[in-house]
Design a protein around this ligand. Structure first.
Ligand SMILES: [Zn+2]
Length: 231
């Protein structure tokens, strides 16, 4: 901590995003009390846990993990709200550093080649100004020393012609929301292991769609990592 940041903290103290208590110099984002209260999933087996089970019979994945449990009310919901709707990208950095430092030692996750965020819709990107998992991915990338690849997967944007399609066609369309970026040479990505990341996993439909699209690349392997998991 430099003198300037010390001084800034004196006049503009940083507050815990959960309880609003003033953070000490050693604390970041969440105070020590709230940090101890975080509902951790405590998964140790990454190929067989509740997150991995979501994808059973739907898409083949190598490893899956989520750090926190997401409940209707509580600290995780508050944290994710800060990340998605209050522009607090420190949340992504905080959990990227946390999971990156823990998982880089694990053999399953340490075998990944690329980190891929679930792309957000162009309109949402415009409104929010950032993909809420970008900072999370960038921090993971530093820890894993693997490339964070933001443009391999593209979220298909709704075109005006789709408005006139039948309801059935539109329903089909919601199932295939992502596509590989055709301007990239996917040959380069053959037989690579992709870590697909998102903030929260609930039904797994979005991550499943992303995984299936990436598996169009020959020999692609998929692992999944999210900050939180909805039970
Ligand atoms: Zn607190």
């Amino acid at each position: 901590m430099t003198f300037i940041t010390d001084l800034l903290r004196l006049f503009y103290p940083e507050l815990c995003i959960n309880c609003n208590n003033i953070l000490t110099n050693n604390e970041n984002l969440i105070c020590t009390f709230c940090r101890h209260d975080l509902p951790l999933t405590h998964y140790k087996n990454y190929s067989d846990n509740k997150v991995a089970k979501i994808f059973n019979g739907r898409v083949t994945i190598e490893n899956a993990h989520a750090l926190l449990l997401f409940k209707k009310e509580g600290i995780t919901k508050k944290i994710i709200h800060h990340l998605k709707y209050k522009g607090n990208q420190k949340v992504g950095m905080f959990f990227g550093n946390w999971l990156g430092s823990v998982l880089k030692k694990d053999s399953g996750f340490s075998k990944i080649d690329y980190i891929i965020p679930v792309p957000i819709h162009k309109n949402k990107l415009k409104k929010r100004g950032y993909n809420q998992v970008s900072k999370f991915g960038q921090r993971l990338s530093i820890h894993f020393k693997k490339e964070f690849l933001e443009n391999l997967l593209i979220r298909d944007s709704m075109t005006t012609t789709q408005t006139f399609k039948s309801r059935l066609d539109r329903f089909k369309n919601t199932e295939t929301k992502f596509s590989l970026n055709k301007s990239l040479n996917t040959e380069k990505y053959k037989n690579k292991h992709f870590l697909v990341i998102d903030d929260v996993v609930t039904t797994g439909a979005t991550l499943e769609a992303c995984a299936k699209e990436l598996q169009k690349i020959e020999g692609a392997k998929i692992s999944i990592l999210t900050i939180a998991y909805t039970e």
